[in-house]
Design a protein around this ligand. Structure first.
Ligand SMILES: Nc1ncnc2c1ncn2[C@@H]1O[C@H](COP(=O)(O)OP(=O)(O)OP(=O)(O)O)[C@@H](O)[C@H]1O
Ligand SMILES: [Mg+2]
Length: 349
């Protein structure tokens, strides 16, 4: 039998690995009913032509802030098309121009790329005026390079519910007084989950991700305990996924507690990948762009990087890529047979 023959017969413990992806939208956001109600309460006045309430949402990483807000926006979109809703992650879009361009893109507005912020803001305003209003979510708001976008939104646009999300509880203290006095948000903290809640959230994903009966209770309990230590649901998803992969690698039809322990040893990689400890802003932006556009060429990467407000030269960007590659965070592969000299494709690892 050839080496590859057995691959045909290879089984997997996974039923649907995709549900362990951090960007996967669960059908229900568990234990955040009150938070969702508050968000709905903030934007609901728009439906009745009244003034909405702005929000400042904060809390530790992986406690469901993003997923919760996105869920409400999704439901809002199903309920009415009279209110625009846009979600922008400022880790990826950091300048006022990049943020406005992204909002315009989500509003399906043509011909804004390369236009001034004032021009785009004016078009956005026209659009909102023609409807009942808009909800703007600025996630990871502390990552913005300047705060002009926020000032403009608050001073020039009517009928907008502005929701900012951050891990940084002190963000407002550093914000320009002209912004904070206009924002006057409702503050909402996302508190960490209890161990029972973590158990239930992860159990839901485990059921959807794996074939039934592949993960013994003791293995799952270990994952719940580890997740509780860090209080970051993303870590639980990482451990579920890694331990499943280890089981597959070993051709086992059970995910034993030993495999989970092995996955726990890889938490360092997880921490690097998500919170990107030790990486500077440029490197984080590069990682984000590659994550969203796997396999793009270095020149495409540079184009997107500049579009998002990056100021490095293409040469420096390549140097950063080399560093990210040397610490195993990206793969840079040469494309063979390129006609215009050497060309490279970038993948996240
Ligand atoms: N209550 C929940 N029910 C279902 N899934 C959840 C819940 N809370 C978090 N998750 C899942 O955990 C992961 C992390 O959640 P999320 O991205 O919302 O965290 P966050 O608070 O925005 O973290 P960060 O501050 O790092 O951005 C997501 O994949 C999300 O689907
Ligand atoms: Mg988030």
């Amino acid at each position: 039998m050839g080496i590859f023959d057995q691959i045909v017969w290879e089984k997997s413990v996974f039923r649907n690995e995709g549900v362990l992806d951090y960007t996967y939208m669960p059908s229900q956001v568990l234990f955040r009913e009150n938070e969702q109600k508050e968000i709905v309460g903030s934007l609901k006045p728009l439906i009745f032509d009244r003034l909405p309430r702005n929000m400042y949402i904060y809390g530790q990483p992986g406690v469901g802030k993003t997923v919760c807000v996105k869920k409400v926006l999704e439901d809002l979109g199903e309920f009415t098309s009279d209110i625009y809703s846009t979600y922008v992650d400022l880790w990826s879009y950091r300048t006022t121009n990049a943020i406005y361009t992204e909002i315009a893109r989500q509003m399906k507005m043509p011909f804004v790329s390369g236009r001034s912020s004032e021009f785009i803001a004016e078009r956005i305003k026209e659009r909102i005026t023609a409807k009942k209003g808009a909800v703007f979510v600025f996630d990871e708001v502390d990552k913005a390079k300047d705060q002009m976008f926020l000032y403009n939104v608050l001073t020039n646009f009517d009928k907008v519910c502005t929701i900012i999300i951050t891990n940084d509880q002190t963000y407002m203290q550093a914000v320009d007084a002209r912004i904070s006095s206009r924002l006057t948000p409702y503050y909402m903290e996302f508190k960490p989950y209890t161990i029972e809640q973590i158990n239930e959230i992860l159990a839901e994903r485990k059921r959807a991700a794996f074939m039934s009966g592949v993960m013994p209770e003791e293995a799952f309990d270990l994952i719940v305990e580890e997740t509780f230590k860090y209080n970051d649901i993303r870590l639980g998803l990482f451990l579920l996924s890694e331990s499943g992969k280890i089981a597959d690698y070993n051709n086992s039809d059970k995910i034993s507690a030993d495999y989970v322990s092995e996955a726990v040893k890889r938490i360092g990689t997880f921490k690097n990948k998500t919170s990107s400890v030790g990486l500077n802003k440029e490197e984080k932006t590069i990682l984000n762009i590659v994550g969203e556009n796997q396999g793009l060429t270095t020149s495409e990467l540079y184009g997107l990087y500049v579009e998002r407000g990056g100021s490095l030269s293409e040469r420096s960007l390549r140097r950063y890529l080399e560093k990210l590659s040397s610490i195993n965070m990206v793969n840079v592969n040469e494309i063979r047979g390129g006609i215009r000299g050497r060309s490279f494709q970038v993948f996240i690892k």
